[in-house]
Design a protein around this ligand. Sequence first.
Ligand code: GLU
Length: 483
Amino acid sequence: MTKEVRTRFAPSPTGTMHIGNLRTAIYTYLIAKKDNGKFVLRIEDTDQERLVEGATKIIYDTLKMFNLVHDEGPDVGGPYKPYIQSERKDTYLPYAKQLIEEGHAYYCFCSKERIDNLRTKAEENKVQFKYDRHCLNLTKEEITKKIENEPYVIRQLMPDTGELKYQDDVFGTLSFDNTILEDQVLIKSDGFPTYNFANVIDDHLMDITHIVRGSEYLSSTPKYIHLYNAFKWDVPTFVHLPLIVLEGGKKISKRTGDGIVSILINNGYLPEAILNALALLGWSHGDEKEFFTLDELIKEFGIKGISKSPSLFDEAKLRWINSEYIKNMTDEQFHTIVNERLKNVLTQKLDTKKIAKILHKRTEVLTDIENNVDFLNEVLEYDKELYFHKKMKCDYEVAVIVLPQVISIFEKLTSWDHDAIYQSLVNLANNLEYKNGKVMWPVRVALTGKSITPGGAIDIADILGKDITIKRLKDAMDKLEKN
Ligand code: GLU
């Protein structure tokens, strides 16, 4: 019987989720679900100095928004609980002590000042800092005495010779010279384990089969493997994910918002589209297919398709994917979104179904909705040059002829709907022996103060309603007469 696949997403609660974290969560989820396995959420908060209030909630909310449902985790429980490392604090020390007894770790009483000095010296000499093993050969008696009176850390004793080879499912066989590995701290002076220690202990205790994480951990993995070997534990499968790079050398940053998931959402991207784009950020299906739902990904995703070269996050591509998702919504679905977004934007009651209709095809990100309908609330200052339109054979002199007639026709119009408005304007064009556009254009400019709008004159007049339409046409005439 093969082992059940168990993967874990193990974020540190830092207060934001960026596209790198989210992509890791997506791939980790897919690798578990593909094989009907379990997707576990573990919160890695051993770095107590970096804790941020509310950060864990951001992690839960993000996973939920993207439908990455975890089978086990702090909020849903599970057979391996607790799933928050700070609540597992007492788990780690006995394992560290076991390593000491078996000669794979040792107590270190060096002060922070001493370590800082060593670090400065290493920097001055331009060599990689390595602890000098000052405390390695303390006698049992010395240790017993010091433990009672002095703060200490526990360090892993790395082998001095040889190399460590390991297999990564994405990066292939990797080998590392053991002599470059530092005697890393396993237990800190505050009693908390380091991430480097806790992740190994927890992955083992939680029966994790696949470690999926960013490639920044590739070079620490040999140290973890030495720990697995010291404990004589099975080494899990490693799946390190390619680096994500942003365009123009930009960095993922909480300050600028670049690559931050909540900012993408605020900027009008749909979770489904972000998920789709991130799934393709470092993985390819092998053919041209570019659109995947989460269910399709579960079926079609595979570690084999993950690339090891850095993946460029291309916002233009996300935008395109997003616009396709919006286009594929039903009128009903799109209207629900428009209604919600315009709820606090529109200053008068207008028919949002009609507004949704003119917006649907031209919306690429959801913020386009509110950004493209500001004219519905009011007509902002505009230049009468706007009436000039070469193709429509229109200018403000034409507008001065057309607009008063439109006003009097509209005032007499008994039913106010798309067809009636259309017919009345076409009749006027016929009477004046104008092409339709020569009438429609000045009406659109007068109603919106813009040259580019979603929908044309008729749609907009229909949405604004008779009273507002006539008022705007009169205001436009006033403006033309004044100039
Ligand atoms: N807590 C680590 C991080 O947030 C997780 C790394 C891992 O998955 O092992 O980067």
